[in-house]
Structure formats: structure tokens, C-alpha cells
Design a protein around this ligand. Structure first.
Ligand code: ADP
Length: 178
């Protein structure tokens, strides 16, 4: 699915974010920034060891939940990786929605700082971190749409690994557009 809002193209893609050719891709990292499973593991595997080396050198204290840190893309087509630890779902009463919003907002802000004009997001926090996908999709799409007017990003990809996740994002975007 692809829509254009003002000057920005929003694309929903089912697939592997490590294959994206946007200027930046976002990594659903953990707070240590020392690699992990899921999309984090896939990005470090595909991008090679220089990504972890840069994380260790530049970010000895890792990254707080909802914040975002940048490294180069290593062997990936994307020039940059924006690492953001999303919140772990603990039932919804621990500020999880606000923290997830921060992950998207701060990733956008970092993209602006590095001069990226295109960015790809995975579905942050909805894997091992257990954030309910419907709620997360609404936060993801809404936050990105809100960030667009004040940002130089011209193309946003949401890269969903499963067909189910893709369909939920598709419904969410359709609803928000209507
Ligand atoms: P979190 O810890 O933030 O929940 P996960 O990596 O466990 O992060 O999951 C986040 C989402 O990323 C899940 O929907 C998972 O299916 C998806 N995912 C896993 N590998 C990839 C990949 N290579 N490309 C895109 N999405 C992926």
C-alpha cells in the first residue's frame, strides 16, 4: 500500500527491513545497544560487526527507552541505522504508549539531524516486547503522520515482517486517512 500525504510518500511493505534502500532504517533495539534477537539481530547480522563496534564506542551507556541513537549502516544499503529501544509491554499502565510514541518521534528527529530524506521503520515493541499490535500500529502511524509537517523526510516505509502485521497497519492507515 502506498499513499502520499502532502509531499511525503508513506509505504507499507511486507518483508525484511535489512533489505531497505532508504537513507535510514530504524532498529527496534534494547537499552544496552549491544545487539539482541528479532529485528535487532537481523540488522547486526546483515550489517556486519562495525555496527556493534560503533555502538560500543559511541554509546557506552546504551540508550534509554524511547530515545534514539545513530550509527552508520555498515554493509547495509541504508546509510544510517537509528537504534531505539521501545518499551516492554507491562499491561499498559507503565507509560508504554507514551514511550512508544517517543521512539517514533525521536527516531524522526535523529533522521532530520543526519539529513535523511527517507526512513524505514519496523513494528517497534510488538515482537518479544509484547506491545499489542493494534495499539502499536495506531501509535506508529499517528505519530509519524504528526511528525511529517515539521520534518524534511519525504518517504516513510513501515516494514512489516508478517502478513498479519501488514494487514493491521493497512487497516490503521486506511482508517486514519479517511
Ligand atoms: P521488540 O523487542 O521491540 O519487540 P522484535 O525484534 O522482537 O522487537 O520485534 C519487532 C518486530 O520486528 C516484530 O513484528 C518482528 O516480527 C519484526 N521483525 C523481525 N525481524 C525482522 C526483519 N528482518 N525485518 C522487519 N521486521 C522484523
Amino acid at each position: 500500500m502506498e499513499v502520499t500525504i502532502k509531499d511525503t510518500k508513506i509505504c507499507l511493505i511486507q518483508g525484511d527491513i535489512t533489505l531497505e534502500e532508504t537513507d535510514a532504517i530504524v532498529n527496534a533495539a534494547n537499552t544496552s545497544l549491544r545487539g539482541g534477537g528479532g529485528v535487532d539481530g537481523a540488522i547486526h547480522r546483515a550489517g556486519g560487526p562495525t555496527i556493534l563496534e560503533e555502538c560500543i564506542e559511541k554509546y557506552p551507556n546504551g540508550c534509554k527507552t524511547g530515545e534514539a541513537k545513530v550509527t552508520h549502516g555498515g554493509l547495509l544499503k541504508a546509510m544510517w541505522i537509528i537504534h531505539t529501544p521501545g518499551p516492554i509491554w507491562r499491561g499498559g499502565g507503565q507509560n508504554e504508549p507514551e514511550l512508544l510514541k517517543n521512539s517514533y518521534r525521536n527516531s524522526f528527529q535523529q533522521a532530520e539531524i543526519i539529513g535523511a530524506t527517507s526512513i524505514s521503520f519496523p513494528s517497534i515493541s510488538t515482537g518479544v516486547y509484547g506491545f499489542p499490535i493494534q495499539k502499536a500500529a495506531l501509535i506508529a502511524v499517528e505519530t509519524v503522520l504528526n511528525c511529517l509537517p515539521s520534518n524534511s523526510i519525504r518517504e516513510v516505509h513501515f516494514v512489516l515482517f508478517s502478513n498479519r502485521d501488514y494487514q493491521i497497519y493497512e487497516k490503521t492507515l486506511t482508517k486514519l486517512m479517511s
